[in-house]
Design a protein around this ligand. Structure first.
Ligand code: ADP
Ligand code: MG
Length: 702
């Protein structure tokens, strides 16, 4: 880790939550899961509701069914009979208008005697109920002495919780975090804030945590909109700075002769689609220009991105330079290599694979070839970043599934060349607003047309109750030679837990189908993963036909004769993710089937989401629909996809703010690219506030 130059005022916010009073190891685990590891994460954990405790009637007037804060005298305690835990502990209280019974289940008598001493006055707040014609309050939310009434008699924020964490504890932690929030210099344009009616940052934060009405809970309320905008501006500014850096390195015109690509195209067993031709034209135009290319090639699984990337790299080769293609995993890199290699044979090009597993003399030879320019195309993983991998002349860097790489890593590969053009490929059908947040202002080419002859995947929703039938049906299918992916539930977004689920399912299927079942998961060594994938992909008879997997089955992995995709707990996945998984089957000309197993009952939204998958195969429609139905953060199973997640901004609601933030960031960068004006300084603080330290490193490295 490099040393961060984060301004000292922010240090309290970047302290771990365990530095907050009363947060020990047990609570910190819960809070980490809910909000995050550092104090700042608690600031971004905004209330999801309110309870109005200002209503303070007399006992006799307190309407049943409402939340009330009552001032009462404690009259008498009636503990349950010994050893009968089903009878509650009752405490009778009164004021001059009537009586109310406080009811406690499984409570400690001595604790209640201390909190509610007979003869004393207490303030109790909670929901008033009517039971047998008498008023009662079960487990009041607050019981305090009269002197502390003000702390209770307010509009109380309600926070999203997690099992095991009590509202009081979380509230206390959040208050402590808020106490640490410093006043910060204004980084927003004052006139813009004024027009929007937005408070200053600190005021906005306090207001967002003290909503006085339902309206103030709206993400469009001034306080929340301001905080969301701060977050979005930091995102857009960070992306803008990365882009600025990329642009600073001048590009150079790369003009292909067409010689190599024509040969390869002629040898293809198919015609390029219109979308492929159009994208290729866009890419080549960029390459031919003086500017550096920064282009995103978006296209569904199976839309044929690889051949476009190859032809772009060949353009570089025709100009006497080299091309590199980087994938996020070993499996994907190897698969690209194996797809591309035979295609380039007719053109007599040397192409090599560089991964962490390339070692010793073999590696030496490859490295040398890359350096001498003898190797025309290099396919690889992160291993390409290694220092001693030096290119003779790298003209184009293609990065596949880029969103798994960090924002600043995007350009690292390009640094291996001079004026290197960058093409980022993604199979994630990203809604337009999200494209902005993930890629900033990259130019986009879309492969929105599938190669001909693809049959739609028959997608069905199946209640998990019918697991047995599903297994039987799968059994019949493999008898006929089918290959089946079985993707296991994404439960905790933690590899360990997901793995347990996959292993259980594997055991069940193995008991039924024996050696015909294989398991693949993220914790396996790359070599073992490859082996499992290879065995499954092997077209000869006798190998495994069911591949049980956590979601590690890589989006780009190609097993053409796989026809069935079973996805357990489909309701827990992002739609785009399912859509990508589904794209894995039915690629070899045979019709594919996708079974989405869900646990009943499905909520209305969950149902609508899965129905969307059944109804359409257009990745972009699916992504937009998921965004509409679920709102920003959860689309795409964001955590898995590595796309940016926002803490306060919601891309489904704040679309306009995203566009405004983009424009704002552009203007800032045009006027103050070093962030050296007073506002620029404040904006640096904003970047640090949202952990965009990488972007600031860009500034420093100039
Ligand atoms: P992606 O990387 O976009 O998921 P691929 O590049 O792996 O897609 O292409 C998927 C499959 O489609 C490959 O088997 C490829 O050979 C084939 N393919 C690509 N372009 C065409 C085309 N124009 N016509 C027919 N098949 C194509
Ligand atoms: Mg260029």
């Amino acid at each position: 880790m490099s040393v961060s130059l984060r301004p000292a005022v922010l240090n309290p916010l970047y302290a771990r939550i365990t530095t907050l009073p009363g947060i020990g190891p047990r609570l910190s685990k819960l809070i980490e899961k809910l909000a995050g590891e550092v104090v700042a994460d608690l600031l971004w954990h905004l209330p999801s509701g309110i309870v109005d405790r200002r209503f303070s009637p007399k006992v006799g007037d307190a309407p049943p069914g409402t939340v009330a804060t009552l001032t009462v005298n404690v009259l008498a305690h009636s503990p349950p009979p010994p050893r009968n835990s089903r009878v509650p502990y009752r405490v009778t209280c009164e004021d001059d208008t009537g009586r109310i019974v406080l009811v406690f289940f499984h409570s400690q008598g001595d604790y209640l005697e201390r909190t509610l001493p007979v003869g004393e006055t207490r303030v109790v707040s909670g929901k008033v109920e009517l039971f047998d014609g008498r008023r009662q309050m079960t487990h009041p939310d607050h019981i305090v002495p009269l002197a502390e009434i003000a702390a209770v008699q307010r509009v109380e924020p309600v926070y999203p919780l997690t099992a095991g964490l009590s509202p009081k504890v979380l509230d206390k932690a959040i208050r402590a975090a808020l106490d640490r929030a410093p006043d910060l210099p204004e980084w927003q344009d004052a006139a813009y804030c004024k027009r929007q009616g937005w408070p200053a940052w600190h005021d906005a934060l306090m207001a967002a945590h003290a909503p006085q009405s339902e309206t103030e809970l709206s993400p469009l309320s001034p306080a929340r909109a301001r905080l969301a905008y701060d977050e979005l501006l930091s995102n857009q500014l960070a992306l803008g700075l990365v882009r600025l850096k990329a642009r600073k390195r001048r590009g150079r015109p790369i003009n292909g002769t067409g010689k190599l690509s024509e040969k390869v195209v002629a040898a293809l067993p198919y015609e390029l689609t219109g979308a492929q031709q159009r994208s290729l034209h866009e890419i080549r135009t960029d390459m031919a220009s003086e500017n550096r290319m920064l282009r995103l090639l978006q296209g569904d699984v199976g839309s044929g991105k690889t051949v476009v990337a190859l032809l772009a790299m060949l353009t570089a080769l025709e100009a006497g330079a080299q091309g590199a293609l980087m994938a996020p995993t070993e499996i994907l890199a190897r698969q690209h290599y194996e797809t591309i290699k035979p295609l380039t044979e007719s053109a007599g090009i040397r192409i090599e694979l560089v991964t962490g597993r390339l070692k010793g003399a073999a590696r030496e030879a490859v490295i040398e070839g890359i350096q001498s320019g003898d190797v025309g195309i290099v396919v690889g993983t992160h291993a390409l970043f290694q220092k001693d991998v030096e290119f003779h002349d790298l003209a184009i860097a293609v990065i596949d599934e880029q969103h798994r790489f960090g924002v600043d890593q995007r350009l690292e590969l390009a640094e291996k060349g001079s004026g290197t053009d960058v093409l980022v490929m993604t199979a994630t059908p990203i809604p337009r607003t999200l494209t902005l947040t993930a890629y900033g202002d990259m130019d986009v080419s879309r492969l929105d047309e599938k190669p001909p002859g693809r049959k739609p995947v028959d997608t069905r929703l199946v209640n998990l109750d019918r697991l047995e039938e599903t297994i039987t049906a799968v059994g019949r299918a493999i008898e006929k030679g089918a290959k089946v992916y079985w993707v296991c539930p994404l439960v905790e977004e933690s590899e360990a837990v997901d793995l347990a689920a996959a292993e259980d399912r594997y055991a069940v299927l193995k008991a039924r189908f024996g050696e015909r079942v294989a398991l693949i998961h993220g914790k396996m060594k790359p070599a073992d993963k490859d082996k499992a994938m290879d065995a499954f992909a092997d077209a000869s008879k006798g190998g495994p036909q069911i591949l049980v997997a956590t979601t590690v089955i890589e989006v780009g992995v190609d097993v053409p004769d796989a026809t069935i995709m079973v996805i357990e707990h489909a309701e827990r996945f992002g739609l785009a993710q399912i859509h990508q998984l589904r794209g894995r089957v039915g690629r070899g000309g045979k019709e594919g089937t996708c079974l989405l197993l869900y646990t009943a009952p499905l909520g209305e939204i969950a149902k609508a989401r899965l129905e969307t998958l059944r109804k359409t195969e257009d990745g972009f429609v699916i992504a937009e629909e998921d965004l509409r139905l679920r709102g920003g953060g959860e689309v795409l199973g964001t955590k898995q996809s590595g796309l940016p997640t926002f803490k306060m901004a919601d891309i489904a609601v704040h679309g306009e703010l995203i566009a405004a933030a983009r424009d704002d960031a552009k203007l800032i960068i045009a006027r103050d690219p070093e962030l050296s004006t007073p506002r620029g300084e404040a904006l640096r603080t904003l970047l640090y506030l949202f952990g965009q330290d990488g972007a600031i490193r860009m500034l420093r490295s100039g």
